[in-house]
Design a protein around this ligand. Structure first.
Ligand SMILES: *Cc1c(COP(=O)(O)O)cnc(C)c1O
Length: 384
């Protein structure tokens, strides 16, 4: 299909997908093969070995590139495998400026794995991008941002980061997992690499772990494809196919996630036992104007704290919800509830966690696409 000619809803269904040339099958087959027959050494149809290329994966890579308004897509066995590949662009002595409010696994791989290879990470408040400038020196190679952030739903101005990155020749990486391409396309605002945990909204059904990178630069694509093939963190064809199927309904799911998210955010804000509600759609959210600029709507992720700010009070709510299942992860059709302090962000030391604003009672919701009346009733009985 012609690249960016159609609107997103059409591209989500058709981009990169052609009927199977041998049978006409409308859905991309799962090419469950590890190798491909060659006519003579080196004479083949473009496929040699499935770590390097797989036809199912090639279709998804093209589809993801298309829906992120990028030229190239690369698929990985998980979001963390994609993060790992990007970090391998760095050399000992290089420095990275990272938003301090980010996915716990990303914090962990930087501080516990890549720091051991002599790479230095500065974790800073990026809600004002000008803060970045104070950390740039001759060793700085990369800026790493997540927006909206996890779990405090802070917004980082991608365009402002892109300007600073360009001025200093740095690579700007944006983890777009929370927003999904339905809400936000970071490449349009100056990002160099977009990262996804496709485990979340892209897959959308909590049935697959998968990661992806999308970029416009042929040079970056070549380096990252080399790392993908050399290090080997590729997804299997069945997982690829699940993501390919998932993205066909991304727009329909996201529309409902956004509607339900708004209703839950407003309900919580009016609740007497709730202290703060973190949701980017509130007009008094500190970076609401930036969110409005770079996002098309505000999504189904939100967090809140209780007036009784204790782990016990949070646990009480977590124990009582019935439709909101207590689980890590997010972005599936079913609603999930989580406790960052003891779950996703358990690997961040308490002092640092509190300093970053993740208090003991903070509860994160991934609002699903069930009937909104049932979701509200569930929260009502759980919070009391
Ligand atoms: C889940 C997640 C990741 C890691 O992805 P996996 O698929 O679990 O490896 C990275 N970033 C964000 C924002 C996430 O939510």
């Amino acid at each position: 299909m012609d690249n960016q000619k159609h609107k997103l809803a059409t591209r989500l269904i058709h981009a990169g997908v052609e009927p199977d040339p041998t049978t006409g099958a409308i859905m991309t087959p799962i090419y469950q093969t590890s190798t491909y027959v060659q006519e003579a050494p080196g004479v083949h149809k473009g496929y040699e070995y499935a770590r390097t290329q797989n036809p199912t994966r090639a279709v998804l890579q093209n589809a993801l590139a298309n829906i992120e308004n990028g030229k190239y897509g690369l698929c990985f066995g998980s979001g963390m495998a994609a993060t790992d590949a990007v970090a391998k662009l760095l050399m000992p002595g290089d420095e990275v400026i990272v938003a301090n409010d980010l996915y716990g696994g990303t914090y962990r791989i930087f501080t516990k794995v890549f720091a051991n290879y002599g790479i230095k990470f500065h974790f800073i408040d990026m809600s004002n991008p000008e803060n970045i400038r104070g950390y740039i020196n001759d060793h700085t190679k990369m800026i790493w941002a997540e927006t909206p952030t996890n779990p405090l739903l802070n917004i980082v101005d991608i365009e402002a980061c892109g300007t600073i990155a360009k001025e200093h020749g740095l690579i700007l990486v944006v983890d777009n997992t929370f927003a999904s391409p339905y809400l936000q396309n970071p490449l349009d605002w100056g990002a160099d690499i977009v990262l996804h945990s496709a485990t979340k909204y892209l897959g959308g059904h909590s049935d697959v772990v998968h990661g992806a990178l999308i970029m416009n630069s042929a040079e970056l694509e070549e380096k990252l494809r080399f790392i993908q093939n050399s290090c080997g963190a590729v997804p299997g064809p069945h997982d690829v196919w699940l993501v390919l199927r998932g993205i066909k309904t991304l727009h329909v799911r996201m529309q409902r996630h956004c509607e339900n998210g708004r209703t839950v955010a407003e309900f919580l804000r009016a609740h007497p036992k709730v202290d703060k509600v973190y949701w980017t759609g509130f007009e008094d959210h500190p970076n609401h104007q930036v969110a409005k600029k770079q996002m098309r709507d505000f999504g189904g992720m939100l967090s809140f704290t209780l007036k009784d700010d204790s782990i016990d009070a949070a646990n009480d709510v977590l124990r009582k919800t019935q439709l909101f299942s207590l689980a890590e992860s997010l972005g599936g059709v079913e609603s999930l509830i989580g406790h960052p302090a003891t779950m996703t962000h358990g690997s961040i030391p308490r002092e640092q966690r509190i300093a970053n604003g993740l208090s003991d009672s903070l509860i994160r919701l991934s609002v699903g696409i069930e009937d909104i009346d049932d979701l509200i009733a569930d929260l009502k009985q759980a919070i009391g």
